[in-house]
Ligand binder design. Structure first.
Ligand code: 5GP
Length: 341
């Protein structure tokens, strides 16, 4: 390393293609990357253009990338129409299109400001034996298939993965066992546990409480297993700590055309063999799924380490499984730098 080079590593939170960036001083000198790539920033002396190389790519030469400051500035000015704005900036015009108002509105409804996705500073992580395994949090809009992904991962390797046993106040069914499907507790106990902050999350369904306790997560980690949880995005924030070092997987729907095709096909197969009831999705369900995914991405995208598009379930599941395996077998893992200090 020369005197000016740094050992700063970042995970990029957006795609960048210098070929499509009219603002870059020299296109040939640019470095393209995809969201999720790990970049080593080798020079940050310039306020607007940093120099970086892609980590893990031996052919990657150092190239120019927009600095955090520049990217933030572009993003706040254009709200999602970066290349259009950059072009108009170069041509000496001001402003740009007003951007994706719908997803901004949705994200405000979910209670929070939109984060500008730029770079997340990361550091290599090697698990020491006394530490528990990292949690895997599956997050995505309702109907995208989170619980099925979780169920299939568990089935694929039950010695490696574990799931929590939730608490409920509903009556135990005949075939159920306390501590297996649920911990069955009284309303009074459940409400006391809420007051004592024992739950990561809880909700009511048909007049009964259901919830996941922090203790149930610790139990799985204590068995030296990877704890799989499917959670709401606000729970991700609560678990995004040094203690759990979660790998957050965003499961997102494909395009609306693919949704119509793949979900309809799934319904047909199930009606033929009549073994299980499948939900038939309406056009409105598809639109809700997509806009809710966009809102989650714009508000919590900086927390997502992996993105899996669930168009074809088998393909999405195989990708998720392979990526999770790679994460544990290929050193190093990259985690937010504040988790390593
Ligand atoms: P069941 O009573 O048929 O076992 O479950 C009914 C519903 O309870 C599930 O479909 C799910 O929506 C909800 N549920 C089950 N476990 C939990 C949990 O840990 N937290 C929350 N919030 N809801 C749960």
């Amino acid at each position: 390393l020369s005197a000016n080079e740094t050992m700063l590593f970042v995970r990029s939170l957006f795609d960048y293609n210098p070929e499509e960036d009219p603002a870059i001083p020299c296109r040939q000198a640019g470095l393209g990357f995809k969201r999720g790539d790990i970049l080593q920033i080798v020079n940050q002396e310039d306020d607007t253009w940093w120099q970086a190389c892609r980590h893990g790519d031996s052919n990657s030469r150092a190239g120019l990338i927009p600095s955090r400051q520049l990217q933030e500035r572009w993003a706040s000015m254009s709200m999602g129409n970066l290349s259009g704005l950059r072009r108009s900036f170069r041509l000496g015009r001001r402003g740009g299109r007003s951007g994706n108002v719908e997803s901004k509105r949705k994200s405000q409804e979910m209670g929070g400001a939109t984060q500008t996705p730029t770079y997340l500073e990361v550091a290599p992580y090697c698990r020491e034996h006394k530490e528990g395994r990292r949690l895997v949090l599956l997050v995505g809009p309702s109907g995208v298939g989170l619980s099925e992904m979780k169920r299939r991962l568990l089935l694929s390797d039950p010695d490696h993965y574990g799931v929590t046993v939730p608490h409920t106040t509903r009556e135990k069914r005949k075939q159920e066992k306390d501590g297996v499907e649920y911990h069955f507790v009284s309303r009074q106990t459940f409400e006391m546990d809420i007051v004592n902050h024992k739950f990561l999350e809880y909700g009511e369904h048909r007049g009964n409480y259901y919830g996941t306790s922090l203790e149930s997560v610790h139990k799985v980690i204590g068995e030296d297993k990877v704890c799989l949880l499917d959670v709401q995005p606000n729970t991700v924030q609560r678990l995004h700590t040094t203690e759990f070092k979660p790998c957050v997987v965003f499961v997102k729907p494909p395009s609306i055309q693919e949704l119509r095709f793949s979900r309809r096909k799934a319904t047909l197969i199930s009606t033929q063999d009549m073994t299980k009831l499948t939900k038939t999705f309406s056009e409105e369900d598809f639109e809700d799924m997509i806009s809710s995914a966009e809102a989650m991405d714009s508000q919590y995208g900086h927390l997502f380490e992996m993105v899996v598009v669930n168009g074809d379930f088998a393909m999405a599941f195989n990708k998720l499984r392979a990526e999770l395996e790679k994460l544990e077998t290929e050193a190093p893992q990259w985690i937010p730098v504040e988790w390593t200090s």
